[in-house]
Write a protein that binds this ligand. Structure first.
Ligand code: GDG
Length: 460
């Protein structure tokens, strides 16, 4: 069995400080790292003089982290990752900042990672790099003489060629991907937009079995949708905290139907559009007004970036306006919670909801949609309303799929969901549930690493 090396911006393996690994990705990769005696490399999250990698082994899993100087964090992380690539890859050209310094910082940090990590890589290792922070790393590891199998997984969408070419160094960025042996995308759609770029801009060809060839170099590009840790989440949804939360929610809505939304506070998640759609529902169905309640949980993220400060201010104002306009002395239409809650509390809130409202304008996958499905009561499941622009819409086809830009479509879907008869709710939920359970995060990890294991290492 080959050893597994995972490299990502941040490390979410368990440590003495943070003993329970958070989130599906952490769970899936931690188990694999433990089995394969692997190492997870990344930034410590600390700013300071870059020293050596700090290794820590906790509960059979080794992590290795490094501090980054303030300027690197500003240019690489806040800059190129969060102000350039994130908005551009989510189709938001108007929010994308193009600064040479950002790109310089991005390459500098990727080169630093290549320098400090390459001495720890052995020829037979499987190296799995994650996400848009680390696109050039594979190429830079090759420059360091690394011949091991290198895989890359992109958690966010791949943008259309016509958009990507707005990035001055687009060609350099995509060429770097050819340093990997396997490149994975969340969906067939993002894979196809990647193919399109390769054909249009690089004169490359798409062959059988995922082969993509440019010049003399052939790599594999695959669609490999990420899942959740379904077992853990279902157990969570049936656990005592979730049950207590469920009861507390039911008591507080006093017979009204609860609609729930959960997102990192990010402009890509369509929270503003969701509030607009909900407002349209309240305006156009006055008789339904006091029968519903929307709970939106949105922990702030990337608060140093201006576009995030702006979306936060917009949502503060909009939520206030909606409550001001529609509230009664004994009812508020919208509960807007601006902080993170424990996972088992989330699970209880999902389960208490009649409707899950997941409306990103673009999303690589969207795990909240899958968590909502996993948390439902099989006898009396809620209805998922899902943006057709989330990667999850390729798998969760039994959701009510909507265009989040249309407040009317959203209002109609809320009405349809609240009126849906139990047999239709159960039939739709069942199909989605099967998908969420079968194609879970362990399935995803295995599928990716199986493809990576099967490639021939670069000739020594
Ligand atoms: C990127 C891609 C892709 C949210 N609020 C709380 C909380 N969360 C958890 C959710 C979920 C996770 O955060 C968010 O996952 P998403 O998939 O929705 O979104 P991103 O953070 O944008 O992730 C995305 C993902 O990578 C994986 O490949 O699906 O498309 O953008 O698990 O539950 N968790 C807790 N409290 C909260 O208040 N504990």
């Amino acid at each position: 069995m080959s050893r597994l090396i995972v490299i990502s911006n941040r490390v979410s393996a368990p440590t003495a400080e943070q003993p329970s690994a958070q989130g599906g990705l952490a769970v899936a990769l931690t188990a694999a790292l433990r089995e394969a005696d692997g190492i997870w490399f990344g930034w410590s999250g600390q700013t300071g003089e870059t020293g050596d990698l700090k290794f820590e082994t906790y509960d059979g899993v080794t992590s290795a982290t490094i501090d980054l100087p303030e300027q690197d964090v500003e240019e690489y992380y806040d800059g190129y990752a969060n102000r350039t690539l994130w908005p551009l890859f989510h189709y938001r050209l108007g929010l994308t900042e193009f600064e040479r310094d950002f790109q310089g910082g991005y390459e500098r940090v990727n080169r630093l990672f290549a320098d400090v990590i390459s001495p720890h890589i052995e020829p037979n290792d499987l190296v799995w790099v994650h996400d848009y922070h680390m696109i050039p790393l594979g190429w830079m590891l090759r420059q360091q003489g690394i011949k091991s199998r290198l895989g890359f997984f992109l958690h966010i969408p791949w943008p259309p060629a016509r958009l990507l070419i707005a990035l001055p160094e687009h060609r350099r960025l995509v060429e770097a991907l050819f340093g990997y042996d396997v490149v994975g995308f969340q969906t067939q759609e993002w894979l196809e937009t990647f193919h399109d770029y390769v054909e249009r801009e690089m004169g490359g060809t798409i062959g059988e079995n995922g082969d993509v060839t440019v010049g003399g170099r052939t790599i594999k590009a695959i669609a490999c949708p990420i899942g959740i840790d379904a077992k853990e989440f279902i157990a969570n949804a049936n656990g005592p905290t979730a049950q207590a939360t469920h009861e507390r929610m039911m008591e507080s809505v006093t017979g009204r139907d609860l609609i729930v939304g959960v997102d990192r506070l990010d402009y890509s998640k369509g929270i503003e559009e969701r509030f607009n759609g909900y407002q349209r529902y309240l305006e156009t169905r006055p008789e339904m007004r006091t029968n519903v309640s929307l709970l939106q949980i949105a922990p702030p993220s990337r608060a140093t970036v201006q576009s995030y400060q702006e979306i936060r201010a917009t949502l503060d104002a909009l939520s206030g306006r909606i409550n001001g306009a529609f509230a009664e002395i004994d009812w508020v239409p919208l509960r807007y919670v601006n902080r993170g809650l424990p996972r088992d509390v989330l699970a209880g809130a999902y389960r208490a909801a009649r409707v899950g409202l997941v409306t990103p304008l673009r999303d690589g996958m969207n795990l909240v949609a899958k968590e909502f499905v996993a948390a439902q009561d099989p006898e009396d499941p809620g209805v998922l309303i899902l943006s057709r622009f989330a990667g999850a819409a390729e798998q969760l086809t039994e959701a009510l799929l909507i265009n989040p830009y249309s407040p009317d479509e959203m209002a109609d879907a809320i009405e349809q969901a609240l009126a849906m008869p139990p047999d239709e709710r159960i039939a739709r939920w069942r199909k989605m549930y099967d998908n969420v359970v079968n194609e879970d995060v362990i399935w995803w990890r295995k599928r990716f690493t199986d493809v990576l294991t099967a490639v021939e290492p670069v000739a020594a």
